[in-house]
Design a protein around this ligand. Sequence first.
Ligand SMILES: [Zn+2]
Length: 354
Amino acid sequence: MRRFFRVAALMVAALSFAMPMLDDARAQELAKDLFGSKRLPAVSSAPKSYGFYSKGCFSGGVAIPTDGAHWQAMRLSRNRRWGHPTMIALLEKFADDAAKDGWPGLMLGDISQPRGGPMLTGHASHQLGLDADIWFTPMPQERLSVAARETARQTSMIRKGGLTVDDRVWSDAHMRLLKRAASYPQVERILVHPGIKKKLCDTVTGDRSWLRKVRPFWGHDEHFHIRIGCQPGSTACKPQAAPPAGDGCDKSLAWWFTEEPWRPNKDPDAPKARDVMKMKSLPKECAAVLAMPSPPSEMAVTLGQGTSLATVTAPPLQPDPPETAAMGDAEMAPNAFAPTPKMSIPLPRQRPGN
Ligand SMILES: [Zn+2]
């Protein structure tokens, strides 16, 4: 008996020693593994983004349906159809507006993982539910099968081996699509290949103020990337500095047509930030976001066309983590993101391939 107590005491001692070690172990875990394995978003009283576009996470995310009248989501196996409700509602509106402008429909690329965070593959950003990729390829008339959505090829707008637009594939409709995307006040930046920016600089007439939002960046020859700002209520979301004044058709664009931005990577095997980012380098709210409960199903948090934001905002099950990144968290005014007393579950939508 005495021996039992001694063992028990030893175990208690070992446990109390191990507890802080566990916290430390979690802090050392790779954030991409933890966030990449979440299948559903974090239910919280209101959607909130924490941290920065390339180092953060979010709660209260919703999914865009795989299909809408004017969009098809691609690469469904990646489970990256998740975003802040404002982003998802904006994409649905954008798809409809673009259709009215004559665009056949949006092919949607990655938005975010269910709770954001760094991804197992791909992007550095897309971590807050506030970034989305849209293909330059117009949507085909037919509904693609799930399998076809995995393998469908995107069309580059840039001449092979060059830095300028391929006029056989570029059209005024592409320009109008970007102009429409830039027209939304929530959209702060649109990333495109520098050759596309140059094409806009050379050809857009009349109102050119929207060009300020269109920023040249590597990649983005097959898709463009829209970024919305930190949303009301996300006081721990770190905003990006506003783009410089003017249309950006200046020296800063000319730099992209020098050899400097295209020099080969001196250390191509160096790990990317996304691959080595540990939990301890994310805002500390992100550990709480990982621990938050999931909604009952994906359908319960899929923002369908005609579904109001309020109906997909789940009731609060758990208090939000205290925020550290910003001060002065004002009371949120009543709006579409306010918790609703009852969650109504949208009717299931037919999925492709079913
Ligand atoms: Zn992107």
